[in-house]
Design a protein around this ligand. Sequence first.
Ligand SMILES: [Ca+2]
Ligand SMILES: [Ca+2]
Length: 286
Amino acid sequence: MNWKIGRSLLFAVPLLFAGQAWAATEFKIGSDTASVRDRVVSSGPIKVNISFDPISFDKPNAPTEDNLKYEIFYNNQSKISDVATTFYTGEVSLKDLDADGTAEVLVETFTGGAHCCTNTLIYTWRNNQFVKVDAGTRDGGGGNFVDIDDDGKLEFATFDQSFLYLFSSYAGSYPPSNIYDFKNGRLVDTTRQYPKYLRSTAWKMYQALVESKKNEGEINGILAGYVAQKALLGEFEEGWKLMLANYDRSSDWGFDIYDKNGKVIGRHPDFPSALRAHLKATGYIK
Ligand SMILES: [Ca+2]
Ligand SMILES: [Ca+2]
């Protein structure tokens, strides 16, 4: 090897690593995170400057809202400033969701409460400006950006909120999967395009069902999710048969029929008819 190239590599490599070590790509907030000022996360041309104060109703001068402030830069030029409220946990992170070479800014906040709710905002650089996309406010931890199919792009993996508390308690509900691709600056529902993932979740649901039956726990909330999950896989009939053979006939959770103002206008005779109505209303079956 040429001596000069060898020597410059020797110096360049540690510098490269040092540079990466300083460029944090996430700021995580936990229940014990103290106030911070001007914390920077960055990746390529994207940089976020973050200030945070824990919410407190006891301490004078502590904020009770708007406690997470952030300014987003592109190539060191300030482009957008925003403010959010988060209790106990939260996160600002940079992830290149659509693998186009430029990171998206993700801001996750928590509203407080036992398990509700998590909100996720996405800021994506498009046509020389940041576009803000609201990924929604969800119960039960929100969702996760994961690469389900190993193609380098991250999918937003979450579940259908409409199944929570519907036929069982929160803990007894096992909602079907919801998957979104981040495409052209928008979240697009692509749930049915990931059968392998859907099948592995269906198997977990089945195991939860077996376990709950054994422990005489709630069944119908798991079965409802299972039938919907099987419908997503094009195997509705199979799921329906399993439901008919196993559902809890002593539970009348979720039989009431509501109008659009939330007023009770009728009652389903049994779980299968209540479930069928919900699966139709939410598009799992025709
Ligand atoms: Ca991107
Ligand atoms: Ca992927």
